[in-house]
Design a protein around this ligand. Structure first.
Ligand code: ATP
Ligand code: MG
Length: 278
């Protein structure tokens, strides 16, 4: 199946206008109130800026509003009160094509087309095989693809059911990386991947550090520990923010969540250092 091209040519290429290089894509986020149904507020009073090239981690319990926040950074929904700007331009006034050439979004459950692996990475871009392989290597997908019956020419079934959830995520990541965008939004992009592969993915993502703006939601807090700034969402607002070290130095939600996730390791350390009398 060929993917239909519905956008205009400049939108297809995904290139930002001529002044793209001089454009500094920093985010200015000022969400005073956001609601899906106009009744129940899902986000409120979220105000922070993200400098171009920063690495930001978004954490918080399930349902706290993390994915909603990222979808607003993509301008998927109008904000009732407040707004988001990129490089001083309200996001709602940046055309869809320009946004697509600027921001990549790896969602929790990515969409896979009934087409070859290569075309699922390439999508509408005129990428050659080398560019596709490079993106797949960066996303730690390459080895898996080599193991498929026809490698990059293997046909995937509708919705990618022939791939595991983790493989779908890596494919979506490769697709996004192939675009060499300046802003990457990752929504639990490595949640279904084993911890060894996850560590490799993050290692290659970290080679992009300071070259791209990276805003990542992470269930496993360890993956965003090195972020320049972490935001801890709780019931739709920012309960805490700071670096990992700053947040661990305070009693609060982050420290609590981190300790819960690492309880096993702490327990081990404690047992190793101390042997209670029998
Ligand atoms: N498309 C939608 N329409 C209506 N309500 C939604 C929609 N998406 C999310 N919500 C609601 O908004 C709130 C925040 O959800 P969101 O998906 O942003 O949380 P999250 O922090 O990403 O959770 P998780 O860790 O489980 O992914 C929840 O109460 C959820 O039910
Ligand atoms: Mg979510």
């Amino acid at each position: 199946m060929k993917i239909k091209l519905q956008s205009r040519s400049h939108e297809r290429t995904g290139h930002f206008p001529r002044n793209r290089r001089s454009f500094s894509p920093e985010y200015a986020i000022d969400i005073r109130r956001f609601s899906y149904d106009g009744k129940k507020d899902v986000l409120r009073d979220i105000r922070f800026t993200v400098e171009a090239g920063a690495f930001i981690g978004i954490v918080g319990h399930t349902g706290s509003g993390k994915s909603t926040l990222l979808s607003l950074l993509m301008n998927f929904y109008p904000i009732q009160e407040g707004g988001i700007q990129i490089g001083g331009i309200p996001i709602s006034r940046i055309s869809r094509g320009i946004r697509a050439g600027l921001i990549g979004f790896v969602q929790q459950d990515p969409f896979i087309f009934a087409d070859t692996v290569a075309n699922n990475i390439r999508m509408e871009l005129p990428l050659d095989q080398d560019a596709i392989v490079e993106a797949a290597q960066q996303a730690q997908l390459h080895e898996m693809v080599l193991g498929l019956p026809h490698g990059y020419d293997t046909m995937l079934t509708e919705q990618g059911k022939s791939l595991s959830a983790g493989q779908r995520q890596l494919l979506s990541l490769a697709r996004t990386l192939a675009r060499k965008l300046r802003i990457l939004l990752l929504d639990e992009a490595t949640a279904n991947i084993n911890s060894h592969t996850e560590a490799l993915v993050w290692k290659s993502l970290m080679t992009l550090r300071s070259k791209v703006t990276l805003i990542a939601i992470a269930h496993r807090l360890g993956t965003v520990k090195d972020a320049d700034q972490l935001y801890v969402l709780h019931h739709g607002h920012v309960q805490q923010s700071g670096t990992h070290e700053e947040l661990m130095a305070r009693e609060g939600l982050y420290k609590h969540m981190y300790e819960l996730q690492h309880q096993g390791e702490f327990q081990l350390g404690w047992n190793q250092g101390y042997s209670p009398a029998r």
